[in-house]
Unconditional design. Structure first.
Length: 318
């Protein structure tokens, strides 16, 4: 069953303030700025940055208190980045956009994908070890764990003459990270729960067994989720790693999508300054991106500081 409703977002840059902290989600930055000025760290140069997806699915993210374990970085979502803002007041929040799915993500999740957001760029390193830090979060937790709504993301690295590799894996380098592979029961050491409990409805929908059941939290004391984000659950801070040849051009595709339908959102937080190279080798990097325009100051896609944006009808799974 679905309910349809419209949202009106009043500002392009949305700030949520508390007495001692501020969370910022800002979708006005270009993909090039986000990669070169936010994500990029030491020992790496980048070029040919591109983004495919809805404008409001990618943003600058900062949080003074590091609620999800990351203080600042890029937020890439399968819906609307603004919906990452806490506190968590709903078990089912999402924005169904018009973005297509992604075939590579479908191979991982084993299901049809929707609302894909894809950030891509070329890079060259000074040393042999590439790494960066990230957190995966989702509104599919925990109601839809074990169902077809297996939201997914991937980090795909390629180089001419080499097979494409997904480095969004757990420490075993074998397990991809999805709603169904990292949760409160499977690989739980990497999962942090932030569930919102419905205390007002006597009956709720059991997504796993596809039936209405009595609500065990009905009329109980309302206990707000611990972490200041709308997402119902998220991973610990994880690190992607890959062996590279210094001073050679590689390509990376960072992608996330809904699985099963395009309703509830998921997101991946990419830590600022963490995209680095390190190791025993240290070489000079040739000028591989001569024609690239190097950003030296703030650049945005829009100069609008205040506007009213009508978002399209969205669907909520209940």
């Amino acid at each position: 069953m679905f309910k349809y409703f419209s949202y009106t977002v009043i500002v392009l840059c949305l700030f949520l303030s508390t007495a001692d902290a501020q969370v910022v989600v800002d979708t006005t930055y270009s993909a090039e700025y986000l990669v070169k000025e936010i994500l990029l760290g030491q020992g790496v140069t980048v070029g040919n940055v591109s983004y495919t997806g809805e404008k409001y699915a990618i943003s600058l993210y900062s949080d003074d208190r590091s609620a999800v374990g990351i203080r600042k970085g890029i937020l890439l979502t399968s819906g609307n980045a603004y919906y990452a803002l806490g506190p968590n007041k709903s078990p089912r929040t999402g924005w169904a956009s018009s973005a297509n799915g992604d075939e590579e993500l479908e191979a991982i999740a084993r299901g049809k994908t929707w609302d894909a957001s894809v950030l891509e760029f070329d890079f060259v390193t000074m040393s042999e070890n590439l790494s960066f830090r990230y957190v995966f979060a989702s509104e599919e937790y925990l109601e839809y764990v074990g169902t077809k709504f297996n939201d997914v993301f991937g980090f795909f690295i390629s180089k001419e003459g080499q097979a494409r590799a997904n480095i969004a894996m757990l420490e075993d380098d074998k397990t991809p990270i999805t709603v169904n592979t990292v949760n409160n029961k499977l690989n739980s050491d990497f999962y942090i729960d932030n569930t919102y409990h419905n205390t007002t409805d006597p009956f709720v929908w059991d997504a796993r067994n596809k039936k209405v059941i009595a609500n065990e939290y009905y009329l109980q004391e309302v206990l707000p989720p611990k972490y200041d984000t709308q997402f119902d659950g998220f991973t610990t801070v994880l690190e992607a790693r890959y062996k590279v040849i210094p001073n050679h051009v590689y390509h990376i595709k960072l992608a996330i999508a809904d699985v099963g339908d395009g309703i509830l959102d998921s997101g991946v937080f990419l830590e600022a300054g963490s995209f680095i190279s390190s190791g025993e080798i240290l070489v000079d990097i040739d000028d591989h991106f001569t024609n690239e325009i190097q950003l030296t100051k703030l650049k945005r896609k829009t100069n609008t500081s205040l506007a009213t944006i009508e978002l399209p009808d969205s669907k909520i799974r209940i």
